[in-house]
Design a protein around this ligand. Sequence first.
Ligand code: WT7
Length: 648
Amino acid sequence: MTAIDRIETLLDEQRSFPPPEGFRKQAHVSDPKVYEQAKKDREGYWADWARQLDWIKPWHKVLEWKPPHAKWFLGGKLNASANCLDRHVKAGRGDKVALIWEGEPGEVRRITYRELLGEVTRFANVLKGLDVKRGDRVAIYLPMVPEVAVAMLACARIGAPHTVVFGGFSADSLKDRINDNQAKVLITADGGYRRGSLVPLKVNADEALKDTPSVKHVVVLKRTGKDVEMRRGRDQWWHDLMKTAGDTCAPEAMDAEDPLYILYTSGTTGKPKGILHTTGGYLTQAYATTKWVFDLKDDDVFWCTADVGWVTGHTYVVYGPLALGVTEVMYEGAPDFPAKDRFWAICEKHGVTVFYTAPTAIRAFMKWGPDLPAKHSLKKLRLLGTVGEPINPEAWIWYHKNIGGERCPIVDTWWQTETGGIMITPLPGITTTKPGSATIPFPGIEAELLDGQGKVVPVGGGFLAITSPWPGMLRTIWGDDERYQQTYWSKWKNVYFAGDGAKRDADSYYWILGRVDDVLNVAGHRIGTMEVESALVDHPAVAEAAVVGKAHEMKGQALAAFVTLKEGKQPSDALREELKAHVAKKIGALARPDDVIFSADLPKTRSGKIMRRLLKDIAEGRTLGDTTTLADPAVVQRLKDQYEEKEG
Ligand code: WT7
């Protein structure tokens, strides 16, 4: 669906869903005055949240805003792992189950807060033994196993910022990320399970490690038992190191503004950006939003299906739920393995009460049909959430009906890697939801819709902007503050540019339309067109490439690549497949183009800029837009004819 089509369908959307009375009555928030209170004294409001955490030393100032740099809870000291673990154990909740983990092959592990603390403490000592000091970076390239949370929290315990790289990323992507932040240690596994086959994490890691001089030690978790090469003096097994690790390790007193982690995300140009999050503000927002948006109580079983390789996994698998002390489900594998009802089997088996997933998954469930969830008892579910991309109203209604049994509110949560936590969302006990709208900003968050000049658009379409600093905001781009200022703060003065287009209706509800830059959202994951173009041009047969997003039924957007070959190279189906595989190898399977279209020329303006808009029209089979600024209009027509021929 194009942005225009989307505005049109959304304009038609009239349905609304007030919170069910029963839900409202038991909710953490049932009185809309929280919005007013937060607005009246924003800093006091966030300080109240921060006080719900354990601080080693209190802060002396809530906010220092020297645009575009914010500091929150200045002078305060705390430790994120102590807040996620020690605090619950000390409060007598050590025997509460923190993680109910299910492996793809079917094994289940239940890990209490006390046990998790024990693992984290020992692993923190392992890291110290490998000479990891406060401030050193540690790279983590693991499957969705409890040890990924252990590794992250152990880093947090000793004050070493972690950088988690999604297991689906390639060796090259891993290498670039490690080199960008000079990680000293890499934590990986002998493999992971995905749809019944093995993901060769260690093989990829070895490939990356050929060119990552900063890495001195590699810790390898035995997950699959598959033989892997262990390099002497560099690689050691997780279980061997843990055998002798001490079981006390005092959490480091970290400054509220000390880095907690770096997580990479795609931008419009150049290499991925290392988004830097710090400790106090981030944890405060993670905690606050987990509590109010997901309305979690002591007896809830929360399941956020995101991989820890993405920010959703950082905030709503690790830091938010654990800081709150809830029981949560963690699942290693694919939703369709061994059958397409795996998620519903998991919900039933573990009694999931609050379920958070992505629209792309919901569209897949829709396609697989309502009989699959109907086979399972989903009676315990009481709240549903979505994140990652706009949810089409049909998918929302399907989710409401077939998963939520028409009784569960749905929270459509808008946020970004950069924002650290949820920004625009319903509060399930008070907000009347509308299918396709993320509704209004979380209390204490200030958003506006602006036009290019920075003028407020009260009702209508514009750019989504955040108008005051928030606790979980990124502090900078690792090693490139210039790019930080340029990307997020140069469009308007002292206002954060999110990069999304949106619409605001007469009730001041936001309807997020999608990216306005050259960033695509494929199955809820951001991919920069430039990154894919660079990967294509890296292939010896390719002279030039332009990548655009085209609407895709399941993935939201899919990639279409227009490629010009070097002199003497011939287009062929084999080369087309080779180029797709090349991108998957360079970046990861998630960036594999759906289409590769060979072309003698690419449509360019007279100044030589590739006109992606026209390519998108072609890829989506539309009549061509304005071609008057083209250097050679015939190029596009030829391309279009060729594309239509190929599509048949
Ligand atoms: C981009 C951020 C933050 C979690 C996962 C993605 C899109 C995110 C929504 C939503 C419409 C959404 C935006 C945003 N997005 N949530 N509820 N409705 N669009 O994190 O990779 O940093 O991507 O995802 O375009 O800018 P991310």
